[in-house]
Design a protein around this ligand. Structure first.
Ligand SMILES: [Zn+2]
Length: 90
């Protein structure tokens, strides 16, 4: 029960559903809570392009996942996947 509430609060704080994470954390107490804590809605993360190899990486990445180039904080971010989807469906 405590795990359920904790997991639900964590899930909600990350912009997800309280009920969903409450159920996950209550059903699989310890693991569910950990999942909620480490859960990241990747689709909503802002992205940017590596200046060195052109690969699109997450905004918060300090190093390019492809070529390993060090990335300064970008001047402009690329729209997140969910934003692009919304634009396409509009
Ligand atoms: Zn790169």
């Amino acid at each position: 029960m405590l795990f359920g509430i904790a997991g639900g609060l964590v899930g909600r704080a990350k912009g997800s559903s309280f009920v969903l994470w409450f159920m996950i954390s209550a059903l699989v107490p310890f693991f569910g809570l950990l999942t909620a804590i480490f859960y990241r809605s990747e689709n909503r993360e802002l992205r940017r392009q590596c200046p060195s190899c052109g690969r699109v990486v997450k905004l918060y990445d300090a190093l390019c996942t492809n070529c390993g180039a060090e990335l300064a904080f970008p001047e402009r971010a690329i729209a997140s996947e969910s934003q692009m989807r919304r634009r396409m469906s509009a």
